[in-house]
Design a protein around this ligand. Structure first.
Ligand code: URA
Length: 440
């Protein structure tokens, strides 16, 4: 098989056969297909899309490129959540221990940052000592013991996705419905889950800003999940502004700890609770949404969810003292307030420049092997609809030096807008299940 003929066929809107997808990925993983050819094929997919059969074949080939988690003899339902990526999206940090403290096992595999969005594994690694590089045996043993593990994707699970994810990140080929669907669903199916909840972002800070595209992506992923025997629900949620106030690894971890005690920003708490309810429903441990909501609320107010997070940190080598004293997290050396530049109403807080600035300030990677500074980022109190007076503090920049502060200030100047703008999206736009979609 000549790789260029596959690229040409996809360029001309043709389809690849299942055996061709399998062979292509196997050869790519063995180093026999260079990145430049794979990049050309990915770009052709961005433009031409994939037919339904091709999407299934690509997802299966990515899934089969690695191993799967095994849950034989384990009676607790296993459920995970995956977000398509956002700015300030620290939901996983709250959700995994919260749901695990409600009788659902959560083997949560997360990614590093992609594009302008941060990654859950980077956020967790701001806890001194915390390890996300667990083997599959370690994940299985820990989930059976304490009901939760949070780990990074290794070569063991869907390695073809791992390689393509990194390549897409640097070749402008992230925003594609079939590529995102195959990427997420191959690795989630490898977790051997009973249920999966998807948080599909829409708005200017999402990879697919248009809500209609987010809905197509959600429907496709629900179909792929259900076809693989995994009960799957998706919520389409707002990413036209950052989620919560904190953006940046250690700052987001601190805000997640607040949410685990029932405090912190209302949008973060609401979205986390809604996703938790969906996880209990697909896990079939709650009979109704109202029962699930009561269970989730109890887990927070009783301190059970926070305790579970403490056990998780301990189990993965982190210092559990940070749970009660977040002062032990990395702290930025420079902090500066950002003030509103006009009297009036803030109409938009664009997440993208803020996510990009965190990378530039050292809190994300420009190259795959870059070390990151967990301390840098923003706390943004500005929200669309907020009335402000010029000179009123609406954000803080956390940086390691004066250059970082300037990058952060510049990003805030471009992100926070006062002029006319579309009204903000509702926090939860739609709920998509195998039965169809509804406005929740
Ligand atoms: N998250 C993923 O895991 N893959 C994508 O392609 C996009 C977001």
């Amino acid at each position: 098989m000549l790789i260029q003929t596959l690229i040409e066929r996809k360029r001309d809107a043709g389809a690849l056969e299942p055996a061709e997808w399998r062979d292509l990925l196997a050869r790519y993983l063995r180093g026999e297909v260079p990145d430049y050819q794979m990049s050309a094929l990915l770009m052709a997919i961005v433009w031409r899309g994939l037919g339904e059969d091709e999407l299934t074949a690509l997802t299966e080939a990515m899934l089969e490129s690695g191993s799967r988690l095994e849950w034989a003899g384990f009676a607790t339902p296993c459920v995970d959540k995956h977000s398509t990526g956002g700015v300030g999206d620290k939901v996983s940090l709250v959700l995994a221990p919260l749901v695990a403290s409600c009788g659902v096992a959560v083997p949560m595999m997360s990614g590093r940052g992609l594009g302008h969005t941060g990654g859950t594994t980077d956020k967790l690694e701001s806890i001194p000592g915390f390890r996300t590089d667990l083997t599959l045996d370690q994940v299985q043993a820990q989930v059976r013991r304490i009901g939760v593990a949070m780990f990074g994707q290794s070569d063991a699970i869907a390695p073809a996705d791992g390689r393509l994810y990194a390549l897409r990140d640097v070749t402008g080929t992230v925003p594609s419905i079939p590529l995102i669907a195959a990427s997420i669903m191959s690795k989630k199916r490898a977790e051997g889950l009973d249920g999966l909840v998807l948080d599909v972002k829409a708005g200017s800070g999402a990879f697919l800003p248009d809500p209609a595209s987010a809905q197509s992506l959600a429907e496709i992923m629900v179909r792929l999940g259900e076809a693989g025997g995994c009960r799957t629900t998706a919520l389409i949620t707002a990413m036209d502004r950052p989620l919560g106030r904190a953006i940046g690894n250690a700052l987001e971890l601190e805000e997640a700890l607040q949410a685990l005690t029932g405090e912190g920003p209302a949008d973060l708490r609401e979205l986390t609770s809604r996703l938790a309810v969906e996880m209990l429903l697909v896990g079939r441990v709650s009979a109704s949404p109202a029962d699930a909501a009561r269970e989730v609320e109890k887990a927070i107010t009783s301190g059970r969810a926070l305790d579970k997070f403490r056990h998780l940190v301990e189990a993965q080598g982190g210092n559990p003292a940070i749970v009660d004293d977040p002062g032990g997290l990395p702290q930025a050396t420079e902090v500066e307030l950002f003030e509103a530049t006009e009297d009036g109403t803030i109409t938009a807080v664009d997440p993208k420049p803020l996510g990009q600035a965190v990378i530039e300030m050292g809190g994300g990677r420009r190259q795959l092997r870059d070390a990151i500074d967990h301390s840098v980022g923003f706390v943004v109190t500005a929200r669309p609809g907020m009335s402000v007076a010029a000179g009123q503090p609406v954000a803080s920049v956390f940086a390691r030096d004066a250059d970082g502060i300037e990058v952060g200030m510049q990003a805030l100047r471009s992100a926070i807008r006062y002029g006319p703008a579309d009204p903000p999206l509702p926090l939860i736009l739609r709920r998509v299940t195998a039965a169809g979609q509804e406005q929740p």
